[in-house]
Structure formats: C-alpha cells, structure tokens
Design a binder for this molecule. Structure first.
Ligand code: PEP
Length: 253
C-alpha cells in the first residue's frame, strides 16, 4: 500500500434526523458528489441503523458510500436490539464505525469489545473505522500518547490491513464541544499512531488511513487536512448539512 493513502471523509450522523431530513441530507451529499464527479477522496455517510436502507437508495450511483455506527460481535441470535455486521452489509453498507467514545462511555465498551466488533466487521467484509482518543483529564495529565497507544494495542484486530481498517483519532474533549485540537497536538498524536501501526502491521501500517475527529468544520478543515499523517476526517455536527459537510471533503482533496 502507498504511504500516501487516499483520504476518507466520513459523516457520523449519530442519533439525529427523522426519515425526511435524513433522506434530504443524503440526497444533498449525493448531489454534491455527483456535481464534483471523480474525486480523490472517499466520502461516507453513517446514518442510524433504521435509515441504512433508505440512505443506501438515496446515495446509489453518486459515489457516496454508506456505513453504520456500530455492530454486534455475533452473526445472529438472541441479542435484542442489536444489529450484526452481516445485517449492515446486507443494507448496502461498506463501513462500520466501532469504539466511538460515545459508545465506550454510554455502553461501557472496552478495547476488547471494540476489537471483537472490528473483527465482526471484517467477517462481513466491512471496513472497520476503529475510534480511539484520550479524555481531557488524560491529556492534562500528559498521558494522551500512552492512552492512544494502549487503545490501539487493545482495539485493533491482528488481521487489520490498510484495505479493511481505518483508525480515527478523536480526542474526547474535542467531540461536539467546538474545541478542536491544534495542529501541533494532532500532528504529535497522528505521527505516534503511524509509528505504532507500522511497527505492528508493517507496510500496511503505512497505508492505513488515520482520520482526525473532533469539531472539524469548514473553517478549520484546511489546516487539519494539511497535517502529515492526517488522511481525512470523522465528522459529527458538521456532517448534518450537506453545505457544511462538503467543504470538509473539498479540504481533503
Ligand atoms: C464525532 O462524533 O465523531 C465527532 C467528531 O463529532 P463532532 O464533529 O461534532 O465533534
């Protein structure tokens, strides 16, 4: 894999949008992609589970790809309320986010669970976007790099490759807060992640995309995307409107 991976900009819609708004948003992003034509960036939208099929239809043929926000570790069975990676793939998705800090906090997901979810994604031929990132307290204590290193060690499957796994560095204190890590902070962590990925996965570690996430928007995207070892973004709030999401895609080109 090349050391200069094709960027990915992924919109995480979280628990937002009823059907009409979701369809309008999907159609808006699809229209922007269609108008842009062939671009040197993968574009992904990750709606809530129940909208996957509709959004799949809304973005069909536009170049916009579809992902989910988590998956269960099993294929099927008695797991009320859960959705398997196979079910997600069956809706036309090609990606799934695992280990988002909101899942880690709200549902007690630890590194071992996140790794099992990423392995489930691979079993269903989905790309896994593995999220890691330190809390504000951990950064203030000078532990950001150690936390990220330990989360990577525990959350990444041994079979991860540049073709099936993406890492998203999302400092918890920057998610949904309007506070963005500065480019020096981002560079330090992304360089560290790259070193760890190369040490563990060899050449694939060079090709793996490392996304930044945390209050990225049109105003700061150019500077963040220009940082070495930033290969795109995982976008929350700004992904809820095509007009605020698309400039971030353009910043990645
Ligand atoms: C996220 O939830 O992954 C995220 C980065 O959110 P926001 O862009 O709103 O900070």
């Amino acid at each position: 894999m090349s050391a200069n991976p094709r960027p990915l900009v992924a919109g995480n819609w979280k628990m937002n949008s009823l059907r009409a708004d979701a369809n309008a948003l999907a159609a808006g992003v699809a229209a922007k992609h269609k108008a842009a034509g062939e671009i040197a960036c993968d574009v992904l939208v990750c709606p809530p589970f129940h909208l996957l099929t509709e959004v799949s239809a809304a973005v069909a043929g536009s170049g916009v790809q579809l992902g989910a926000q988590t998956c269960h570790t099993g294929v099927s069975g008695a797991h009320t309320g859960d959705v398997s990676a196979e079910m997600i793939a069956d809706c036309g998705a090609t990606y799934v986010i695992v280990g988002h800090s909101e899942r880690r906090a709200d549902h007690g997901e630890d590194d071992a669970t996140v790794k099992a979810r990423a392995e489930a994604a691979h079993r269903a031929s989905l790309n896994a976007i593995v999220c890691i990132g330190e809390t504000e307290g951990e950064r203030d204590a000078g532990n950001a790099l150690n936390v990220v290193e330990s989360q990577l060690a525990g959350s990444m499957p041994d079979a991860a490759t540049a073709a099936n796994t993406v890492v998203a560095y999302e400092p918890v204190w920057a998610i949904g807060t309007g506070r963005t890590a500065n480019t020096d902070e981002i560079k330090e962590v992304h360089d560290h992640i790259r070193k760890i990925l190369v040490a563990r996965f060899g050449d694939d570690g060079n090709g793996m995309r490392i996304l930044y996430g945390g209050s990225m928007k049109a105003e700061n995207a150019d500077g963040i995307m220009a940082v070495e070892n930033v290969n795109g973004g995982l976008i929350g709030g700004a992904a809820l409107k095509a007009e605020t999401f698309w400039p971030i895609v353009e910043a990645a080109l």
